[in-house]
Ligand binder design. Structure first.
Ligand SMILES: *Cc1c(COP(=O)(O)O)cnc(C)c1O
Length: 360
């Protein structure tokens, strides 16, 4: 076990922690510890530590600050009814993290070290995992970045890996609500041969303005498209993958390529047959999508991602259209899939696929 743990001598007082856990929101508070490791050219990965959370001391010339050589992951630990703490498919995040690093010419962290870092951090911060139920969890955020101070454009010779943790409340407080998407034709998030299919900070840097414009249009999030003007196809919502349910029992989702291969997307696709849905990974043109929503051939639309699990999409707008999906309320099949998946994650529905990994 390369990671050694040094516990904090000044953890947050219990009363403060309890107050935070009663209303954590998302990404606002951090736990008492972090996991870190360094990569150096002679010797590779080293310095595997779980230790008190503290700021990095960083040279202003560090590569990540200039050229954005950085990748990340996002996964959750849930407390089950028996008090145990469990991760959901962390092997998928470990593999994707290494693929993301490879694409950005960063050294790959072996998946077993990723898994150990996450597990040891969860153990050190076990008291930060919210109580069972209510969809609350401990959100884990692994990152890796170029740490060498050097202004030439080439891959950094050194790299830092770090995992921080942040308690997360139910994504929808006060019941699941549908969101409205702004279908943008002005911005794209990915191109063939680009970085759309990995999780890197740079993808998000380019998405913030599009997200702001979606909000100015009265929408909650942006929906990206690609392709020529007369044949735009749907990509994803930028932090979530897209799914449509049709009146004749199909589940459509854009095929992999330039989109992010989501763990939630993959899991929903596997559960779909138990809900009487035939999965079709395919190209979905904006034209057929809009026509389907208008005619009622598409009955439900939702988005998938670790943070919100399944988010119903109940309205859509873009240049020249403003549409309601179905009845304008979260769809029954989307909600059934959501309950099923969350049930497995929270340990209330039997895990027949070996998706849940107990940590402590
Ligand atoms: C992380 C992410 C998703 C969702 O992936 P999950 O593994 O389900 O959390 C979707 N799109 C983008 C761009 C992402 O970064």
């Amino acid at each position: 076990m390369p990671f050694t743990t040094t516990l904090s001598e000044s953890p947050r007082p219990e009363a403060e922690r309890a107050a935070i856990l009663s209303d954590p929101g998302f990404g606002r508070y951090f736990t008492d510890h972090m996991a870190t490791a360094e990569w150096v050219p002679d010797g590779g990965w080293r310095d595997f530590r779980v230790r008190p959370l503290e700021p990095f001391s960083m040279h202003p010339g560090s590569g990540v600050l200039h050229y954005g050589q950085e990748v990340f992951e996002g996964l959750k630990a849930y407390r089950h009814a028996d008090g145990s703490v469990n991760l959901f498919r962390p092997d998928r995040n470990a593999g994707r993290f290494a693929r993301s690093a490879r694409r950005l010419a960063l050294p790959e962290l072996p998946p077993e070290l990723f898994l150990e870092a996450v597990a040891e951090l969860v153990k050190a911060d076990r008291v930060w995992v919210p109580p069972h139920g209510d969809e609350a969890s401990l959100y884990l955020r692994p990152i890796q970045f170029a740490s060498e101070s050097f202004l030439g454009v080439r891959p950094s010779a050194t790299s830092t890996f770090c995992v921080v943790a942040s308690p997360a409340g139910a994504y929808f407080s006060g019941g699941v609500k549908g969101i409205k998407l702004w279908v943008t034709t002005r911005y794209t998030r990915a191109a063939d041969g680009g970085t759309g299919d990995i999780k890197c900070g740079g993808n998000y840097a380019g998405s913030l303005l599009a997200q702001t414009e979606a909000q100015q249009q009265g929408c909650d999030q942006v929906m990206y498209t690609s392709g020529p003007a007369d044949r735009r196809i749907l990509e994803e919502a930028g932090t979530m993958n897209l799914m449509c349910i049709t009146a004749d029992g199909e589940l459509w989702t854009p095929a992999l390529g330039t989109i992010l291969p989501g763990v939630t997307r993959e899991s929903v696709m596997e559960l779909a047959s138990e809900h009487g849905l035939d999965v079709r990974e395919r190209e979905i043109t904006v034209a057929e999508f809009l026509a389907g929503v208008e005619s009622g051939a598409i009955t439900e639309v939702f988005a998938t991602g670790t943070a919100a699990v399944i988010t119903p999409i109940t309205a859509l707008a873009g240049e020249g259209f403003d549409l309601v999906v179905g009845s304008g309320k979260p769809g029954t099949k989307s909600m059934a899939l959501r309950e099923h998946l969350l049930g497995i994650q929270q340990g209330d529905v039997a895990d027949t696929r070996g998706w849940v990994r107990r940590v402590c």
